[in-house]
Design a protein around this ligand. Structure first.
Ligand SMILES: NC(=O)c1ccc[n+]([C@@H]2O[C@H](COP(=O)([O-])OP(=O)(O)OC[C@H]3O[C@@H](n4cnc5c(N)ncnc54)[C@H](OP(=O)(O)O)[C@@H]3O)[C@@H](O)[C@H]2O)c1
Length: 272
């Protein structure tokens, strides 16, 4: 663990001194944590401070820091959120990128969001956020008898399936159709000799090699189908996305935020 002891760092914008954001990373020894540190290390708007992994005390994450970025495991994220929720004053914005989270995590994030700005997304790519938004409009334009199927392809070390992004897409489709996600999601595939249930949303996952992350949403109807596909060519997009979100989140009031809130703000500001 590297604990942050340096004096505050500054950079200059239009002759004005701007304080760099002191960043704590949860999951710092992991693939994503290392990338976030590398990416932030090259960016004068950040100072990488506490780097926390499984060998460290979770409380060290919050010492002398302006924001936390979390790419770890559901267990570590839960420890962080429980600790944050128990703090009298949290104040530190939290960017949660860990996937495989449960209802309990969401409750804890809401608890923390009363005392700090909390952001959570299973995918930090802005293009994925654009696709998620587009899905809602497409579903509303389609007749109900278009079958929705979601495929995600990831590397063989990924522990959760379907991916958090696939589930997010499924929830968006269900919400746009006024369906209860839990009632229409089919995670089991089609090996049970049953016909596809009308209105269901099918999930399939492939875990192979070093695949970084591909998501494909298919809407299939009578004699035609529409496929929307996002492919990540490098994990850098997730690290860079998390840092962009951090720059935005430190300016937000306490509350719970998702990619939709971030995207909406960028669109309103004319950035995209
Ligand atoms: N939102 C997105 O855009 C996005 C993109 C890519 C990945 N992800 C997700 O990010 C997460 C991390 O992915 P990864 O590929 O970087 O995983 P990884 O390489 O396995 O790294 C996991 C990290 O978590 C740490 N950790 C494990 N248990 C801990 C504990 N109890 N307390 C503190 N730290 C603990 C590990 O520390 P040790 O080295 O000490 O074990 C390691 O630093 C996964 O959930 C993945 O699905 C999200």
């Amino acid at each position: 663990m590297t604990r942050y002891h340096l004096a505050e760092a500054f950079w200059f914008q239009g002759g004005q001194a701007v304080k760099a954001i002191r960043l704590s990373i949860l999951g710092a020894t992991g693939k994503m944590g290392q990338l976030v540190a590398k990416c932030a290390g090259k960016d004068r708007r950040f100072e990488v401070g506490n780097r926390i992994s499984s060998r460290d005390a979770i409380c060290d994450l919050f010492s002398n820091t302006d924001a936390v970025v979390d790419f770890s495991t559901p267990e570590a994220t839960e420890l962080m959120l429980e600790y944050g929720a128990s703090m009298g004053e949290l104040r530190t914005p939290l960017v949660v990128g860990t996937t495989g989270l449960s209802e309990r995590h969401h409750e804890l994030m809401l608890e923390c969001s009363k005392k700090a700005a909390v952001f959570c997304s299973p995918n930090m790519s802005f293009l994925v956020a654009v696709l998620n938004k587009a899905l809602a409009s497409i579903v509303k334009a389609l007749a109900e008898d278009f079958d929705a199927e979601i495929l995600d392809i990831h590397h063989k070390l990924k522990k959760d399936a379907p991916s958090g992004t696939a589930i997010m897409f499924g929830k968006t489709i269900a919400a746009a159709r006024n369906q209860e996600f839990g009632e229409v999601a089919n995670f089991l595939g089609y090996t049970c000799r049953e016909r596809r249930k009308h209105g269901s949303i099918g999930f399939a996952s492939q875990r192979c090699g070093t695949a970084i992350g591909t998501h494909e949403v298919t809407f299939a109807g009578q004699n035609e189908s529409l496929k929307l596909r996002h492919e990540a060519y490098s994990k850098d997009i997730f690290a860079a996305g998390a840092l962009q979100v951090t720059l935005w989140l430190v300016r937000q009031p306490n509350g719970f935020y998702t990619m939709d809130d971030y995207g909406q703000d960028l669109l309103a500001a004319g950035v995209y």
